[in-house]
Ligand binder design. Structure first.
Ligand code: NAD
Length: 287
């Protein structure tokens, strides 16, 4: 029997880290990788992350038993469109690592309806503001949640198969619907990135009037804005792919700010104290 072939499509931070973990856990698999530019391909071969590299996605895809797409979400959807036009192996298992799930699940269900293709969405919830295969790390996902989103094209055993392939990530696998995933990550990740960027831009605007302001931006400001250093390409894409949930968060947050604004204007110090005390207790209880 021939070796199971896993195609890692996109050798960036996430694709490279998944390749490392799969290689470590399953030396019996053949790991192929697609990347459009050569330097990451050369790096991956030299570091023995993978067994084969190519810039010919289609040629690798038709030989694969499992395909994991590691691109920005809209680009992964373009690659799904290419896959839908190819004579793939029957029952090929396709997954992705994108930060939003509803768009890609909808696309997969539409493109592969009635075909012998299995699709399970994936989102390893760990990362870095670094990009590229050079920053990849087999332990990047250790103890992090790895969300799997089933689709009309998957059965429970397909999720089990994917977990086995990814076992050496040592991630905590959980199953959520795409809608649940996108709603929850809007609250805990997508909206906070908007706030962090807005805080930095706000301080910059203010510094026009008082240039020394930036020098005072230490401690709390730095803690709250670390994620403003993340890739604008990636974050613009994520927000465009989860607009309703992020807009809901902006509306709710704006209401909360308006309430606090009113309390401050009315000098309601007890209520302002309650506002901070509630947040302090809730923050301390967070896992
Ligand atoms: P990255 O920038 O390190 O890698 C992106 C990959 O996409 C590279 O292989 C690049 O060559 C490829 N690519 C980009 N444009 C391309 C094009 N036009 N044609 C062909 N290939 C192209 O990014 P990453 O951090 O590995 O992110 C990959 C996915 O994982 C994204 O969907 C991201 O939302 C998701 N994700 C990222 C993080 C994180 O913290 N970085 C965490 C979880 C999930």
């Amino acid at each position: 029997m021939s070796k199971k072939t896993i195609l890692i499509a996109g050798l960036g931070l996430i694709g490279g880290s998944l390749a490392r973990a799969i290689k470590a856990g399953h030396p019996e698999y053949h790991i192929a990788a697609y990347n459009r530019s050569q330097a990451p391909r050369d790096f991956a071969m030299q570091a023995k992350l993978v067994d084969e590299v190519s810039d010919d996605f289609e040629q690798l895809a038709v030989a694969a038993d499992v395909i994991i797409l590691n691109f920005p979400v809209q680009l992964s959807i373009k690659f799904l469109e290419t896959l839908a036009s190819l004579p793939l192996k029957p029952d090929v298992l396709i997954s992705d690592s994108g930060s939003t799930k509803q768009d890609i699940i909808n696309s997969a269900e539409k493109l592969f309806s009635g075909q012998a293709v299995r699709f399970v969405g994936g989102h390893p919830m760990a990362g870095s503001h670094k990009t590229g295969v050079i920053a990849s790390d087999a332990l990047l996902f250790e103890n992090a949640y790895y969300i799997l989103t089933p689709s009309l094209l998957s059965k429970p055993e397909d999720l089990a198969e994917l977990k086995l392939i990814l076992s050496e990530t040592h991630a905590k696998f959980i199953e959520l619907s795409a809608a649940e995933h996108d709603a929850m990550t809007a609250v805990t990740s997508h909206f906070p990135h908007v706030v962090a960027a807005a805080l930095v831009n706000n301080a910059d605007d203010f510094s026009d009037k008082m240039p020394f302001t930036k020098n005072l931006a230490a401690g709390g400001f730095r803690d709250m804005t670390r994620i403003a250093e993340s890739s604008p390409d990636m974050w613009a894409e994520i927000l465009m792919s989860n607009p309703d949930n992020v807009v809901d968060q902006i509306d709710q947050f704006t209401e909360k700010l308006q309430v606090v604004k009113g309390l401050i204007q009315d000098q309601q110090s007890d209520a302002v104290w309650q506002f901070f005390d509630q947040a302090r207790k809730l923050r301390a209880q967070m896992p």
